[in-house]
Design a protein around this ligand. Structure first.
Ligand code: FAD
Length: 411
């Protein structure tokens, strides 16, 4: 099956998958989630990440659905996993320099060809063997091919893959993160970059993740038992993470007529906090953000485009106005549409650190110079959680029950 058959890029498809998954996301999830049984009926996890990543389904509605079904105790593990996503997003939001450094590293390590390859000839050979599934390492080669074909991997597989990439194949972690980001339908600047850093021992300083043949055999129900894996996993060297900056403040958007711009990070415009905004037109880019110098894989591009189109249609129905499609987010395209609709304001969901936010920031500065303001609106879910992503996940975890309550869930 192709990624398009496995993951249809619509909210309805996401909701259907969620309805099937929710009964399994209580005690069964806590017990079985580390086993990789692949995608399909036997999956031990939700496989909802492409939908959650683009907010075709919001974290809030997913957590609310599992708590409504199971109560608060049984789905604790699942709720925590959803909050890992929120935590990583907050952590990177408070330290955008880590994202800039990662991008600079990828640019430095790759040549500037149409299909970029590592500059270093020795790395290039091993890199190609790894991404084409030709290393001879049991499991790893199948996972590389699965990632390219399906656009999704189980969490445990991602951990083993990253660990083997870094400690057995001795490839730069940034190139593995880039390979993941370009091929995962859920490819996310925060969850991906910071998980790779975590495996490498850069995130929790000195603490690495070491894949072992026994662990892989156990959690793949004996399907794989790779030989020759690195027997040590010494943390990589790197600068300590910068101190946390201030979290973005939620500000009410100015009431009145405005265009609503959709972005691929938040595709549930129906639940955006829009206060007194009167949406007079919906704007969406035709394609999603690039995902690195090599661009997003074709399956990812198709998912991004489909998800944007799905949200555009819903928004246009919800707000009762026409939708305009622009090629990509640029000031010239947005200012022209603002003039056409006789408005000087465009409202959009807050774009978290990543490629889409970079494009938005550039367009915002240029549009302002031409008299069109782009205002962002931050969801309460992020606004309440991100300020707590200053240290490790464990202190953050203590806040989860309160954050769930503050989101009005289980009340
Ligand atoms: C090296 C590596 C790279 C990763 N890259 C990404 C990425 O680019 N995008 C991404 O969304 N996740 C990433 N993850 C986290 C995690 O593997 C996926 O979110 C998860 O496998 C998605 O499958 P699921 O929907 O079945 O998750 P479930 O177990 O069903 O969890 C439900 C939801 O919680 C969130 N979630 C669960 N586990 C994590 C986690 N460890 N970190 C962050 N969020 C989590 C996801 O939104 C997920 O859809 C990465 C993990 C590793 C180890």
């Amino acid at each position: 099956m192709t990624s398009a058959e496995l993951f249809s890029p619509t909210r309805v498809a996401g909701l259907r998958r969620a309805m099937d998954a929710v009964p399994r996301l209580g005690a069964a999830y806590a017990r079985d989630r580390n086993h990789d049984r692949g995608l399909g009926a036997e999956t031990t996890v939700s496989a909802l990440s492409p939908y959650v990543r683009h907010r075709l389904i919001t974290e809030r509605e997913l957590v609310a659905a599992v708590i409504e079904r199971h109560g608060t105790r049984a789905p604790e593990k699942f709720v925590q996993e959803v909050f890992w996503r929120t935590y990583w997003k907050g952590w990177l939001e408070l330290r955008p320099g880590v994202w800039r450094d990662y991008n600079a590293d990828v640019t430095r390590l790759m040549d500037d060809g149409e299909h970029p390859l590592p500059v270093d000839a020795g790395v290039r050979e091993r890199y190609l063997a790894a991404i084409e599934g030709r290393t001879g390492i049991d499991g790893f080669d199948d996972w590389a091919r699965e990632l390219v074909a399906d656009g999704w991997l189980h969490n445990h597989v991602r951990m083993w893959f990253a660990s083997i990439w870094i400690f057995t194949l001795r490839l730069p972690w940034q190139l593995g993160a880039d390979f993941f980001l370009r091929h995962l339908l859920d490819g996310d600047p925060a969850s991906n970059t910071l998980s790779w850093r975590w495996v490498a021992g850069l995130q929790t300083r000195g603490k690495t993740y070491q894949a072992s043949a026994e662990n892989i055999a156990r959690y793949t129900d004996g399907r794989y038992r790779p030989r020759g894996l690195a027997t040590t996993a010494e943390a990589l060297d790197g600068p300590p993470p910068p101190p946390a900056s201030a979290a973005p403040e939620p500000r009410p958007v100015t009431a009145g007529r405005a265009l609503l711009l959709l972005g691929e990070d938040d595709l549930h415009p129906e639940s955006l906090p829009l206060g007194g905004v009167e949406v007079v037109g919906v704007v969406r880019p035709e394609r999603g953000a690039p995902r690195g110098p090599g661009g997003a894989a074709s399956g990812v591009q198709a998912f991004q485009r489909g998800a944007l189109a799905d949200a555009g249609q819903r928004a246009s129905e919800r707000f009762g106005c026409a939708e305009s499609v622009i090629e990509e987010v640029t000031a010239s395209a947005l200012v022209a549409l603002a003039n056409e609709h006789d408005v000087d304001r465009i409202v959009t969901a807050y774009a978290p650190v990543g490629y889409a936010a970079d494009a938005l920031a550039a367009a915002r500065a240029e549009a302002a110079a031409q008299g069109v303001t782009i205002e962002t609106t931050l969801r309460g879910w992020d606004a309440r959680a991100w300020p707590h992503a200053t240290r490790g996940f464990f202190p953050f975890k203590e806040r989860i029950a309160g954050l769930v309550r503050d989101a009005g869930i289980g009340a």
